[in-house]
Design a protein around this ligand. Structure first.
Ligand SMILES: [Zn+2]
Length: 183
């Protein structure tokens, strides 16, 4: 009996350790400060990027069709991004994606796109608006426009599950943009 208890305790111990380790890698991913140190120029940044290819729905002649799309993101979040797009593709909504962006050197490391730590989906239909000023894209009409990302829909849920947040705070609402920090 004592032996069984000992084995059970040991098993429980190992299980706890592995769960904690998994949690740490999943939540840690990469720090933005570290990515900024790695990606000091476009050429240096591209060394850390990884291509992510995935299936996505689109609309052709009023019908949903499957397309293959790819983007480059920082290798530290590549598997998470791939998982999010798989969840979106397998979701009930069959959310259509016709434009997608990831790594994009924007002249400095200020933008998380320069670090490959942000993803934009259907930028035209999920505008960036600050107060009343539209800064990128042209509309956001979920329910009316199929490419607009609905609140609490498959896209938001899938991104949340892998730790990517939509950039919606204060006056600034960047509906297309998902990142590790939500900015
Ligand atoms: Zn963006």
């Amino acid at each position: 009996m004592k032996r069984i208890i000992m084995i059970c305790t040991m098993l429980l111990f190992c299980l706890t350790i592995s769960t904690v380790a998994q949690k740490n890698t999943a939540s840690a991913g990469i720090s933005i400060a570290k990515a900024r140190r790695q990606c000091t120029s476009s050429a240096k940044a591209s060394r850390y990027m990884k291509k992510v290819t995935f299936k996505a729905w689109d609309i052709k002649n009023g019908k949903k069709i499957t397309r293959t799309r790819s983007i480059y993101v920082h290798r530290a979040i590549a598997s998470r991004v791939k998982k999010a797009f798989a969840l979106i593709y397998n979701g009930k909504e069959k959310f259509p994606i016709h434009t997608v962006g990831g790594f994009n050197w924007r002249g400095s490391t200020k933008s998380l796109h320069s670090l490959g730590l942000a993803v934009d989906i259907n930028s035209n239909e999920n505008y960036l608006i600050e107060g009343k000023r539209v800064l990128a894209g042209s509309l956001w009409k979920p329910g009316k426009n199929p490419y607009s990302i609905p609140k609490n829909g498959d896209v938001i849920k899938a991104m949340k599950r892998v730790g990517l947040k939509q950039c919606i705070w204060g006056k600034r609402r960047d509906y297309m943009h998902f990142s590790v920090k939500g900015y």
